[in-house]
Design a protein around this ligand. Sequence first.
Ligand code: PAF
Length: 318
Amino acid sequence: MVDDGAGRGERDRIAVVGAGAVGLWLAAHLAEAGHRVTLLCRREKQCQVIGERGIRWVSARGETTVFPECRPVSRGFPREVDWMAVCVKGEDRDRVDPGPAGWPPVPVLRIQNGVDLLRIPRTWGVPPSRYAAGVLTYGLMRPDDRTVEVRGEGTLTIGVPGPPGEPPPFLRRMEQVLREAGIAAAASPDLAREVWRKAAANAAINGLTALLECCNGEILHRSAVRAVAADVVREVGRLAARAGVAETEETLWSYVLEVIRATARNRSSMLQDWEFRRRPEWDAVYGDLLKAAEEAGVSVPVLATVARLVQSKFQNIK
Ligand code: PAF
């Protein structure tokens, strides 16, 4: 932690890995709040654009430009940080490369879609005592390399894997920093429940919006689509129950409805992947759930059908 000398109290040094919509959004919030942020990008060109012109952050509150330090991830992770946030897509989790010096010995917050958040990627080598995960329901869009648009307000729920319990001090510090930076963040005592709820929302929203090329809100306006979404949520609920997370059908569906309504104007990340011809987060949103279903012997026909259709839609995108 550093004192910024401007009387604004303690400021953290934070590395944000990944400059997709979530990474840009997080880095913009934290840098704007006065923290010393290093944004690590995979592509040199993107790094250069952000270095020269800053992150353009567009929300209901207006438009602002923020200049975090930006550098290519190929130079390795910075050592002088208080904590890190990793905001890469599920499909890229095993490609996160800290460089020759490895991970700095600080807490790591991983923000991503999917139930895989509940385990630490084997390739990372981050100990459980320093690992946290974040479930994000904001509707975000990245129309170009330096712009992030907030298309729906949401929450960022953070927690640590394991049985429900009091969040550790490092998670409380992250919560405080995030909240003070204007993010609706909360430390949850029960990460698994949050992750499974969000998995149900992503499974219902992302595939259907990508297949139909519509905003999240459309799901509720077409009765047949709404019915498919409800079936998907019901099936994910069964998987959650098998994983020890008991949710009633009603609470799970009302959570998903809330996310759809709050992000009604948003184009889901999977739809954006389709529009920009990027690889989708298929494993994180569908593959891991189908694997869980197979392992548990739970039948999930609607989920499997949506997943297959999504696979077929994206089949030529590598
Ligand atoms: O992946 C997404 O697009 C987001 O997680 C969400 C919350 C479904 C909003 O579009």
